[in-house]
Write a protein that binds this ligand. Structure first.
Ligand code: FMN
Length: 202
């Protein structure tokens, strides 16, 4: 007997039906152009994943802010402005054409971000252990509120681009995870955010 008897059975998530239980995970390719626009090569790569038969195909993480503080890879895709929507909708379209559900990942790289800048953003200034990451600056409460708004607008753009799903990445030192980890979140930041009435840190 196969250890995964339901792998090729269709599955339901809310109103969405996936043709199987296989999800192609988000993967940075460096194929988008350096200015954040999707390239033909990226579209072809995404199409190949959908043609391969996965039920859900996820885009690489797209950074949501205009300054590029969330940008953690030189060739990373952007969803920070409406002008990126047409390229992103080409990805949603080719994935859908091959019968897969399309998921767009929003990814603010936080502690590993600011790849084109001389700093990165964190809830608290915790020295980097890896020298190629940028020196951290502590987020102010207005900057946290801006980051939340950036995520909201990114989600709106993903819907407008025609994606079936939105995935929020909060792993390995990226912005969301640095709010969850005690190592990267000082008590001072916690109480400042709580005073502002914001639930970003709990
Ligand atoms: C080249 C590369 C790029 C990746 N880019 C992302 C990404 O943009 N967002 C993300 O959440 N995970 C990213 N990951 C992590 C993968 O989605 C996946 O979770 C990880 O590789 C573990 O799965 P695996 O054991 O099948 O490789 C990346 C991994 C690799 C190898």
């Amino acid at each position: 007997m196969t250890p995964y008897p339901h792998l090729f059975a269709s599955g339901r998530i809310g109103k969405l039906v996936s043709r199987n239980r296989i999800k192609y995970a988000a993967t940075e390719t460096n194929f988008p152009y350096a200015d954040g626009f999707v390239s033909d090569r990226e579209i072809a790569y995404m199409e190949a994943q959908a043609r391969g038969g996965a039920g859900i195909v996820t885009t690489q993480g797209a950074y949501p802010d205009r300054k590029g503080e969330g940008k953690g890879f030189r060739g990373m895709m952007s969803i920070a402005e409406d002008r990126f929507i047409p390229g992103l909708s080409r990805i949603a379209e080719v994935i859908g054409q091959h019968g897969a559900l399309s998921a767009l990942q929003i990814l603010h790289c936080g502690r590993e971000g600011g790849v084109d800048l001389d700093y990165c953003l964190m809830p608290s200034v915790v020295p980097q252990r890896l020298s190629y990451f940028k020196p951290p600056r502590e987020l102010t409460v207005p900057q946290i509120q801006q980051a939340i708004e950036d995520h909201v607008q990114a989600a709106r753009r993903a819907v407008e681009a025609g994606f079936d799903m939105i995935e929020l990445s909060g792993i390995v030192g990226y912005l969301i995870s640095t709010f969850v980890s005690r190592y990267t979140t000082s008590e001072a930041t916690n109480s400042a955010v709580k005073r502002s009435g914001n639930a970003a840190v709990s």
